[in-house]
Design a protein around this ligand. Structure first.
Ligand code: ADP
Ligand code: MG
Length: 679
């Protein structure tokens, strides 16, 4: 079968399943093959209940004490009960699976497997799988893939589809010739695909991963090189030379720019007023004050008679930037507009008109900015904020709306300079390596469940002082729906734990944009005291009045991600606090989390995480969804990134070497990949 054949050709995949696959962006057999596991599961031997530790995933051989109960609570159906073996008993709970009640009967013995945590009622196994004896024996000690899913699609269905594709797709010759594979210690692509999905051992999984991650980086770097070549030193047709507004703007800021900000602003200024088009990345830790640099550049753009656009990854952030830009640009007669997907069609249309007629100078928006209907009169500057959420493709399609506009990319991603140069090959690099002076360092603590009540009392105390709190909800990985339920459920619990006058609300990825905006606006205005959220708040939100962040199940996050999250507090001049809750009190977890205690430096933290975890523990924890790689993680795979870069260097001679016959498959692969980047 061809790799491009539809998923519907898979045995057992009907129209309904095809649609579900579509939700995961899986349309062809190739997409199925590239839908990599996000983790693996190994069934360990059955454990007596008494031996289970908090936070552990375990399999037990048990009988229910009585018939299970089905309860409804806040739109959730809970199926609960107690189970026991000879050594003790446990509470069990399933969400929205009322049919379980009929599947589990007293007097019969079952194998249940799930994560056990301590809850109010005692040790509880959540959402356990029910496994037949036969299945359990067959799969014991074998690494089984755990796939990213969507509601309605089971892991089993995905596994079967993958197995089908592996068996039936014809693999052409490997596009990496043997000499490269030998030099960089890479197994064949075909073998890598088999072993990444159904590994024979941990070692073979690591080797498979190495090959696939290498490919992702290698193709990315080669494609970036191509982009860079097309961009080389283009003449500056949009000279931005008027800086009178900027001078005034700086004078009326309530603070002085830091030296690092001044230095970076001078670099940007030199670029946009100079001989060549600017292509610059500003890298600076969370809270280092990147936004003001973008504001200055946009203000100068407007003053020089051009238009500017700033694209951010979320509606909430777009709205926040829009409001602050509008207020601060008004005195200069600079017209600012907002453009997001959730706006009414008529409102959008008005913005389109005014952008084309140049009645709008600066537009702040989300992906909505790259819609075809958006046209500018004289677009001279494109800023993308928190760029790791955007693909190169999206950035480029906004740039194409102008004639050789300047590009400014802002990122808080704490990657070392050497890696940044590889990954942002098409951009010059500026670093804001200093935080604004008045900030008090965030106070951190890593605690376990025994401190939960103390933490709640602390939150109450902070709220009574007029401060606000973020609680990052425990991660549920099974599906997005579960994640939402989990946040809602947790919020209910928290409302009961905290004093009644404290207003607690929640935010999660499945909410409608209008709802999210509403919650964020009320949180910004101080009407909500405690905001329970998934990691959606990670990006760019600025509520200086928030002084506490509590992160549940902190051990399940990457350190760099925790650091990004923590950047949401400590943005004003008040003392801020971070509480990392973890049930897992083993030495490694504690040591890792303690790193956050030792440092507020994102670069240092990312490197430490890399050092402490080692290659065996690469799955399950992703540092962030940077650069849209499917498997590669810039932090975890830094060593492979360096190898891929070295290999790419051998092809630096403008593709001459690539013309050799033995690279024909590689050449095609790069072309396809590059087209993907360009649209
Ligand atoms: P980030 O780099 O994470 O995008 P922001 O630009 O959102 O950071 O800035 C964080 C906060 O710091 C904002 O409230 C901003 O007004 C403030 N800020 C920026 N520069 C300075 C400075 N030089 N001195 C004091 N506060 C500053
Ligand atoms: Mg920012």
């Amino acid at each position: 079968m061809e790799r491009t054949a539809s998923v519907s050709t898979i045995k057992g995949v009907g129209e309904k399943t095809q649609k579900l696959f579509g939700k995961l962006n899986i349309f062809t057999l190739e997409d199925v093959l590239e839908h990599y596991p996000r983790n693996y599961e190994v069934y360990e031997a059955i454990k007596p209940i008494r031996a289970i530790e908090e936070g552990e995933v375990a399999a037990v051989y048990v009988q229910p004490v009585a018939t299970l109960e089905v309860k409804r609570r806040k739109g959730l159906t809970l199926t609960t009960g107690r189970i026991r073996d000879k050594s003790g008993d446990l509470y069990v709970i399933w969400f929205n699976m009322p049919y379980i009640k009929k599947q589990i009967r007293p007097g019969t013995t079952y194998i249940l497997r799930g994560r056990v945590t301590r809850q109010k009622q005692g040790m509880t196994m959540e959402q356990p799988q029910i496994i037949s004896r036969e299945d359990f024996e067959k799969r014991k000690h074998v690494m089984q893939p755990v796939y990213p899913l969507t509601t309605g699609l089971t892991n089993n269905a995905v596994s079967k589809a993958v197995a089908f594709a592996l068996k039936n797709v014809e693999f052409s010759e490997d596009y990496l010739p043997l000499e490269i594979r030998r030099a960089y210690d890479l197994i064949s692509y075909k073998e890598a695909l088999f072993e990444i999905h159904f590994p024979k051992s941990k070692d073979s999984m690591i080797r498979a991963r190495r090959r696939i991650v290498f490919d992702e980086f290698f193709l990315f770097i080669l494609a970036m090189k191509k982009i860079k070549e097309t961009k080389k030193q283009k003449n500056n047709f949009c000279e931005i030379t008027e800086f009178a507004h900027c001078k005034k703007f700086m004078e009326q800021l309530p603070y002085q720019l830091t030296n690092a900000q001044k230095k970076v602003w001078e670099e940007v200024k030199a670029d946009i007023s100079g001989d060549y088009v600017m292509n610059r990345l500003i890298q600076g830790d969370v809270g280092s004050g990147k936004t003001v640099i973008a504001q200055l550049a946009l203000l100068a753009t407007a003053e020089s008679g051009y238009q500017g656009a700033i694209m951010v990854p979320t509606e909430v952030l777009a709205r926040q930037h829009f409001e602050s830009f509008q207020k601060s640009f008004a005195p200069y007669g600079v017209e600012v507009a907002l453009l997001t997907g959730s706006m009414k069609a008529s409102e959008k249309k008005l913005v389109y008109q005014k952008l084309k007629s140049h009645e709008i100078d600066i537009v702040v928006g989300t992906h909505a900015l790259i819609q075809e209907a958006v046209e500018f009169d004289r677009l001279a500057l494109v800023v993308t904020d928190e760029q790791h959420r955007f693909g190169v493709k999206q950035r480029e399609s906004l740039i194409k709306k102008g004639y050789e506009p300047h590009t400014l990319v802002m990122s808080a991603t704490p990657i070392p300079r050497t890696l940044a140069i590889i990954l942002y090959g098409d951009l010059d690099l500026s670093v804001i390596d200093e935080l604004p002076g008045e900030r008090l360092p965030i106070k951190n603590c890593v605690v376990n469940n025994n401190y939960r009540q103390t933490a709640y009392r602390f939150i109450e105390k902070e709220v009574s002082k007029g401060n606000q709190v973020y609680v990052i909800c425990p991660m549920v990985e099974e599906s997005e729906n579960l994640e939402a339920e989990n946040v809602i459920d947790y919020t209910e619990k928290l409302k009961m734990e905290l004093a009644p006058y404290i207003r607690v609300e929640y935010l999660h990825g499945k909410m409608k944009n209008a709802q999210k905006n509403d919650i964020m606006e009320r949180f910004s205005a101080g009407e909500i005291h405690v905001l329970v959220s998934t990691t959606v708040i990670e990006v760019g939100i600025n509520v200086p009045n928030a002084t506490v962040m509590m992160v549940e199940n902190a051990e399940r996050f990457g350190l760099a991600q925790l650091h990004q999250l923590r950047g949401r507090v400590g943005r004003g001049n008040k003392q801020s606090y971070c509480i990392f809750m973890s049930n897992q009190t083993n030495k490694e977890t504690m040591e890792r989390l303690e790193t956050l205690n030792k440092s507020n430096d994102g670069f240092f933290i990312a490197n430490e995480d890399l050092r402490l975890r080692g290659p065996g523990d690469l799955f399950g924890i992703r540092q962030s969804g940077m650069f849209e790689f499917k498997l590669a993680d810039v932090f975890n795979d830094a060593a492979i990134l360096k190898d891929a870069n070295e290999c790419a260097k051998e092809f630096e001679d403008s593709g001459v070497r690539l013309m050799l016959k033995k690279y024909q498959h590689l050449r095609r692969k790069i072309e396809v990949y590059g087209e993907g980047l360009y649209l």
